[in-house]
Design a protein around this ligand. Structure first.
Ligand SMILES: [Zn+2]
Length: 258
């Protein structure tokens, strides 16, 4: 369910809108349990930063009026599969390429997959290298995720505007001290909540890992990347709160003020 009133709010304070909160290929279900591939839009004033370009972008673009910059977490298809769709959207609007920040390996992954990329201006960005999009200050930390971390290094991004920070870590195999340190002081940590009572090597498991992450110095924790093993949304709300009072599952269309 989209929440139109939230999506179109013109508040000047920074916010994060979840465009998708599901696993690769999307997560089936009804209402808030139906989840598209994970992506988010950070907004500060009129300036927006798109986090990941998914294969569900055709639907996700319905609620996006402008994109001032893009950050990519990694080169898997569910994070970069929408660049052709993005190109069609871009050509109807502007001729200025969209600055797009990612690791050099992730940029290579996009280039291997798409030939027409006139709509993006890639800027290879190493961990801890600071970038700027309007009022947003951006910095990445590398996190464990892919089985082949050389081809698919994976970033969590910390975005800060007006002193408010969101750390976005949608694909994480295990909690690390580096991610805990780089997210410290964030208003919101959006983090991998892929599985429940089921282990897979490339993603976090809610029942196992949320109690650990709950001890980190962040104000609120939103779960994303939620897959099929998770219970329906309403039950997951209660499960998350029991494991960690400051945690909740995000859903597609949710806007969180930072
Ligand atoms: Zn991945």
């Amino acid at each position: 369910m989209w929440h139109r009133e939230a999506m179109t709010s013109a508040s000047a304070s920074p916010a994060l809108t979840f465009l998708g909160t599901g696993a690769a290929g999307g997560t089936p279900g009804t209402g808030r349990s139906r989840r598209r591939e994970s992506s988010a839009l950070a907004t500060a004033g009129a300036v927006t930063v798109l986090i990941d370009v998914t294969r569900d972008l055709p639907t996700q673009l319905d609620r996006i009026e402008r994109i001032d910059g893009i950050v990519l977490t990694h080169g898997h298809a569910d994070a970069i599969g929408g660049f052709a769709t993005l190109g069609r959207w871009w050509r109807r609007r502007t001729t200025t390429p969209i600055p797009t920040y990612a690791s050099a390996a992730t940029i290579d992954a996009v280039r291997r997959r798409f030939r027409r990329l006139q709509h993006v201006a890639f800027v290879a960005t190493a961990p801890d290298e600071r970038r700027r999009i309007g009022p947003w200050d951006l910095v990445a930390v590398e996190v464990p995720h892919a089985r082949d971390p050389v081809r698919f290094p994976t970033y969590a991004w910390r975005l800060t505007a007006s002193g408010r920070s969101v750390t976005y870590a949608s694909d994480v195999a295990r909690p690390t001290h580096a991610l805990a340190a780089s997210s410290a002081g964030s208003t919101l940590l959006a983090i991998d909540g892929a599985t429940y009572r089921r282990a897979i090597s490339s993603h976090l498991r809610i029942d196992r890992d949320l109690p650990t992450i709950c001890r980190w110095d962040v104000r609120r924790i939103a779960l994303t990347q939620i897959g099929r093993s998770a219970p329906p949304h309403d039950r997951l709300v209660r499960i998350a709160a029991d494991l960690c009072p400051k945690a909740f599952p995000a859903y597609d269309g949710l806007e969180v003020a930072l």
